[in-house]
Structures are given as structure tokens and as C-alpha cells.
Design a protein around this ligand. Structure first.
Ligand code: FE2
Ligand code: FE2
Length: 166
């Protein structure tokens, strides 16, 4: 029972680590292009994924396992906002699907705490999906104006001596 849970928890850490890397990569590039709102969304989500890693690692250590801190995927060098949001939405859906399955597996192995942990993560990943989906809708609705507005907002803040949007 323990070994199976440890394996699933480590698989989750590998996915979370890939998400942290990919979202920080998106953050740097949105920030570079002046899209503060998106840059901050990617950064905040990356930080939440990092906290997921912490929760998963704590559970592995409790089960006396070894934390395998290795990302499942290399960072994809995507610079276009629509592709970023597409990719991010897919990553969240796929994590939510996996965690739902793994929650069931943990339940079958009589590990209710790991099951609960996976269920908590599903809730967070669904919320992340929604945030990305909302931004994708905005992009579709307003097209390039949506991105232009973010750049203008940044210039206005700099001009007025205000700190950037957080
Ligand atoms: Fe996560
Ligand atoms: Fe997520």
C-alpha cells in the first residue's frame, strides 16, 4: 500500500515541477512583453504548484519514502499568449484527471489521507483551469486589444509612479 502511494505522490511531484517551470517560463515572457496581468497570473499559479509539491513531499516523507524531485517534462519554448493559455489549460485538465484517478487508487489501497490530498489538489487544478479559461475567453473576445490594454496599463502605472499590478 505504502509503495503504491509513494509512487503516485512522486508522479504528481514530477507533474507539479513541470508546471512550476513552464508557468515561470510563461511569466518571464509575459513580463518581457509588458502583459502584467498574465505575467502575474502565471507567477501566482507557479507558486501554488510549488506549495502542492510541498504537500506531496510531506506526505511521502511521512510514508517513509524518498522524494524524487524530477520534472516530468522539459520546458516548451512558447512565446505566444494564445498557445501559452492553451497549453496551461491542458496541463491543468490532465493533472485534475490524473489526481482523480490516483485518489481512487489510494482509496482502494486504504490510504485515505493521500486520497484526500489528491482530492484537494483536484479542486485547486480545476480553479487554475478556470482562471486560464477566463483569460482565453477574454483573448478571444477582445483579440489583440486585450494584450494592448495590458501594455498600456503598465505604461500608465510607470508614468504615474505606481507599482506594477500584483
Ligand atoms: Fe498543482
Ligand atoms: Fe494547477
Amino acid at each position: 500500500m505504502k509503495e503504491k502511494s509513494i509512487e503516485l505522490l512522486n508522479n504528481a511531484i514530477a507533474d507539479e515541477l513541470s508546471a512550476v517551470h513552464q508557468y515561470m517560463y510563461f511569466h518571464f515572457h509575459c513580463d518581457d512583453q509588458g502583459y502584467d496581468l498574465l505575467a502575474n497570473l502565471f507567477k501566482r499559479t507557479a507558486i501554488e504548484e510549488m506549495l502542492h509539491i510541498e504537500m506531496l513531499a510531506e506526505r511521502i516523507l511521512f510514508l517513509k519514502g524518498e522524494v524524487r524531485l524530477k520534472a516530468s517534462n522539459d520546458v516548451k519554448k512558447v512565446h505566444e499568449v494564445k498557445t501559452m493559455l492553451d497549453m496551461a489549460g491542458n496541463m491543468e485538465t490532465s493533472s485534475a484527471n490524473d489526481y482523480n484517478k490516483w485518489a481512487n487508487e489510494c482509496s482502494q489501497n486504504a490510504d485515505s489521507v493521500s486520497k484526500k490530498l489528491f482530492e484537494t489538489l483536484v479542486e485547486d487544478e480545476e480553479r487554475h483551469f478556470n482562471q486560464y479559461d477566463d483569460e482565453m475567453e477574454n483573448l478571444k473576445k477582445f483579440g489583440d486589444n486585450y494584450l494592448a490594454l495590458q501594455s498600456i496599463e503598465r505604461s500608465k502605472n510607470i508614468g504615474a509612479g505606481r507599482p506594477p499590478v500584483q
